[in-house]
Design a protein around this ligand. Structure first.
Ligand code: HGY
Ligand code: MN
Ligand code: MN
Length: 393
């Protein structure tokens, strides 16, 4: 198979224009935003030109269908609120280029809301049955917009859900989003398994009050509760976690967020990830227990939002070996097997069919940031490994 490297790179740069931010090569293209929908319409056109039948499903996943049974390749084209030009986009455009260059039937997909504006890898979670559509519709983003309302902006394009039996397997190429390949000087990562994740919103409700007249010992300060909670879980986690375990409080809404008012309420995201499902469970116990202890001690009302999660998953051996053979062909002694600390649609798709993933380096390990970047030669090397792997299959 001979891929067209220039056409591949040109489409990658074109996709970046949808939601291009002024800074570096960043993009702002959240699920269902005007930029996201415009990008999906453009992708549908490129799929059609490639001889694929574009198909939007009820939640905005966009498939480019090859006839009969085919290998599915792709990723997602929505971005984080401050995203890089390659996260997801690389896998979609690489799949499109393989579909155009291969004489085998290759279907292409761009899943919707992988970045979890509403849930966790929401579009592929609904398609794969991980997340019930009725439940997904009740999810809201941080501004209170519901998934149902957001996806209705694409209802004019929506057809039914694609039958997974149309596909023999799924391969996703993605940037590593971490420091390993870049630091070790490797060009290719063949993914062995993807970590599991848990994600939920926790709220502490105390007493809003005057920041000048309220003595410290009479306060029910919700920010102080969060501060105590964070310090305590960091301490309690030490005898449960490993150096690979991660946990993040990434979104904090302090109400009313004013310098002369004792905060009466905080709502914050609590997310944790690990390769071991039992360790995720033990961390959940600590999180729920410490939250209750702090609430009792500081006099807070405590509430937990719905907990979303995905289990750790191993990649399919046959597909992974094809990627390893491709890597050895294209980047001999410059590739490695490695786990994925980032979540991907492949986790959900693994419920339906064999899946495998391929990484290319992220410069300085940066991602989920406008500065995210990979050299064009590394992008092309990854594309060629995909091409070799498809030939192997
Ligand atoms: O958060 C993740 O792992 C993915 O990039 N959304
Ligand atoms: Mn991604
Ligand atoms: Mn991402």
């Amino acid at each position: 198979m001979t891929v067209n490297e220039n056409r591949f790179l040109a489409d990658l740069h074109k996709l970046r224009e949808f939601g291009a931010s002024g800074i570096a090569k960043g993009v702002v293209r959240p699920a269902y935003s005007d930029a996201d929908i415009a990008a999906r319409r453009w992708l549908a056109g490129r799929m059609e030109e490639a001889g694929l039948r574009p198909h939007f499903d009820p939640v905005g996943n966009l498939f480019g269908m090859a006839p009969g049974t085919s290998l599915l390749m792709g990723s997602h084209s929505d971005s984080q609120p401050e995203g890089g030009w390659l996260d997801g986009a690389l896998g979609v455009i690489a799949a499109l280029e393989i579909a155009r260059s291969s004489d085998r039937p290759i279907s292409v997909v761009s899943f919707q809301d992988e970045e979890g504006r509403f849930g966790v890898t929401t579009g592929s979670a609904v398609w794969s049955g991980t997340l019930d559509l009725a439940k997904a519709d009740t999810l809201t983003d941080h501004s209170g917009t519901s998934f149902a309302a957001a996806r209705s902006s694409m209802s004019d394009m929506a057809q039914g859900f694609v039958d997974p039996a149309r596909f023999s397997g799924f391969i996703e190429m993605h940037i590593e989003q971490g420091p390993t390949l870049d630091a070790e000087g490797d060009l290719i990562g063949v993914v062995t398994d993807i970590v599991g994740i848990r994600d939920m919103v926790i709220s502490f409700e105390g007493q809003q009050n005057h920041a000048g007249t309220t003595p410290m010992h009479l306060r029910r300060d919700a920010f102080q509760a969060l501060s105590l909670f964070n310090a305590e879980i960091n301490d309690r986690f030490q005898n449960v976690v490993t150096p690979q375990t991660v946990w993040t409080i990434g979104h904090v809404d302090v109400h009313p967020n004013a310098s002369s008012i004792v905060p009466g309420r905080v709502r914050f995201s609590m997310q944790w990830r690990d390769g071991d499902a039992d360790r995720l469970r033990r961390m959940e116990e600590i999180i729920r227990g410490v939250a209750q202890e702090v609430a009792d001690r500081v006099g807070m009302d405590l509430s937990f939002g719905p907990m979303l999660g995905l289990e750790p998953v191993a990649m399919d051996q046959r597909l992974r070996l094809a990627l390893e053979a491709g890597a050895e062909q294209i980047a001999p002694n410059q590739w490695r097997r490695m786990p994925s600390g980032a979540l991907h649609d492949a986790t959900n798709v693994s419920r339906l069919m064999p899946v495998a993933m391929l990484f290319v380096p992220s410069i300085n390990g940066i991602s989920h940031d406008f500065a995210e970047d990979t050299s064009e030669s590394d992008l092309v090397a990854g594309l060629n490994v995909l091409g070799q792997a498809v030939e192997q299959l």
